[in-house]
Design a protein around this ligand. Structure first.
Ligand code: 13P
Length: 254
């Protein structure tokens, strides 16, 4: 189905790959995806490989994203990376509030919202992740959980900033488990997220905001998921770690 919104497919490499491995992967992707115009393609390597991957992708259709950033900018924040430092490496996107960070680093909606504001202030495009756990789905509170995360994680952003934010719906139970939400389950939550955005900033913003699905997306299920009316792309973990699986996934999505 033709959508007004351009598909955006991002590979989240998580805590994987040396610099050399990262450059080798992006070099293969550049070659194999050069003709793809229909999709915004993003790769998100570890911080240590951002510079090298960025330098390997000028004049290509592949953009680079980080997987996190500090909320405070430059200063006495040992171990943090400022948004400006990412811009300095020509990074365009930053994943924020991934469920792994919410779980292992105790990131809250309020922290994600402050990071999203800092990202926009530095002209980075945040990819803000939300999604329920298996227990929450089984307790039938998916909508409540996701609504709270969307409202909390976008709090304080202007309508224009929300429109320029990517929301990634990643049900926690589908991440790295091989269990994908069915396309109907995913579509239902995506439509609901769009409604929440509409209640915050109106229909026009909700119509334009792009919402990715994440959780065991692979070449074989990408077409079905991407053909849903409110699914505007994918945030891909495992299947983005090798050129062939990521290339096939993207080609199957268009
Ligand atoms: P998988 O594609 O490995 O399930 O990971 C999804 C994810 O967490 C992307 O951010």
């Amino acid at each position: 189905m033709e959508k007004d919104r351009k598909l955006i497919i991002a590979g989240n490499w998580k805590c994987n790959k040396t610099v050399a491995e990262s450059v080798a992967l992006v070099t293969d992707l550049k070659r194999d995806l050069a003709s793809v115009k229909e999709v915004d393609i993003v790769v998100c390597p570890a911080f240590t490989a951002l510079d090298a991957v960025s330098k390997a992708t000028p004049d290509s259709n592949i953009r680079v994203g980080a997987q996190n950033m500090g909320e405070n900018g430059y200063g006495a924040f040992t171990g943090e990376i400022a948004a400006g430092m990412l811009r300095d490496l020509s990074v365009r996107y930053v994943i924020l509030g991934h469920s792994e960070r919410r779980e292992y680093q105790r990131e809250t909606d309020a922290i994600v919202a402050r990071k999203a504001a800092a990202a926009h202030a530095a002209s980075l495009i945040p990819i803000v992740c939300v999604g329920e756990t298996l227990g929450e789905r089984e307790a039938n509170i998916t909508n409540e959980v996701v609504e709270k995360q969307v409202r909390g994680s976008l709090a304080g952003l202007s309508a224009e900033q929300v429109e320029g934010t990517i929301v990634a719906y990643e049900p926690v139970w589908a991440i790295g488990t091989g269990k994908t939400a069915s396309s109907a389950q995913a579509q239902e939550v995506h439509a609901f997220i769009r409604k929440v955005v509409a209640s915050l900033h109106g229909d026009a913003v909700a119509r334009r905001v792009r919402i990715q699905y994440g959780g065991s997306v692979k070449a074989s299920n990408a077409r079905e998921l991407m053909s849903q009316p409110d699914i505007d792309g994918a945030l891909v973990g495992g299947a983005s770690l090798e050129a062939k699986s990521f290339v096939d996934l993207i080609k199957n999505s268009i």
